[in-house]
Write a new protein. Structure first.
Length: 212
């Protein structure tokens, strides 16, 4: 039986770092589902295809290969902007959710992180975590990340972006961002990644013990 760990939460809450750490700890496959939308957007851009044709976007989404998604390439701002346009298309979401569900069945287990894993993609996941942090903390993390990478950033504009992203993710009609009813809440506002990992590991270990 495949074990699935679903990790949801808003942008810059730390769920990506935490998910990769958990996957490594347990020897599970990891999928950042946000990258599947970005990969679809990049494929459309590369082929010179429109970003407002749902049928075309769905066809491309069904051809995206989930293994080998390159975070460094797909994290480009222009790709993120394009991804946000196609992510609201129901047909694209259906296509990628199917692919994400297929991925979640990989042995011996999987860790999927995104916005609707515990509620839509894997409602029967073995463990569900909802990782969050205050908008101020998330904006500061994003700011520090950009500066550490040698870039320049404006905290106030990043803070506004974070709030807009939250409104868009939580307010959309199709698969809005929200914790699953049976998700464990992890507020990382004042937690180090190590503390968050240990808290998550305690919850996961307990769930795995119940499965044995």
């Amino acid at each position: 039986m495949t074990l699935t760990i679903a990790i949801d939460g808003p942008a810059a809450a730390g769920k990506g770092t935490l998910s990769r750490r958990i996957a490594e700890e347990y020897g599970f496959h990891h999928l950042d589902t946000g990258l599947t939308y970005r990969a679809t957007a990049k494929a459309l851009i590369d082929a010179g295809l429109p970003l407002d044709d749902e049928a075309v976007a769905e066809k491309v989404a069904r051809e995206v290969e989930l293994s080998g998604l390159d975070r460094s390439v797909l994290s480009a701002h222009a790709i993120g902007e394009a991804a946000s346009k196609i992510a609201v298309m129901p047909a694209v979401r259906r296509a990628l959710v199917e692919a994400q569900r297929d991925f979640s069945r990989k042995e011996p287990g999987t860790v999927l992180d995104g916005r609707d894993i515990g509620t839509v993609v894997c409602p029967d996941a073995t463990v569900k975590l909802y990782v969050t942090a205050s908008p101020e903390v998330r904006a500061k993390r994003r700011y520090d990340e950009i500066v550490a990478g040698g870039g320049t950033a404006d905290y106030d504009s990043i803070f506004e972006d974070v709030k807009k992203r939250d409104e868009r993710d939580m307010g959309r009609a199709d698969s809005p961002l929200r914790p699953a009813a049976d998700a464990h809440l992890l507020d990382t506002s004042e937690m180090s990644i190590e503390a968050a990992f240990q808290a998550a590991k305690t919850l996961i270990d307990a769930a795995l013990q119940r499965k044995i």
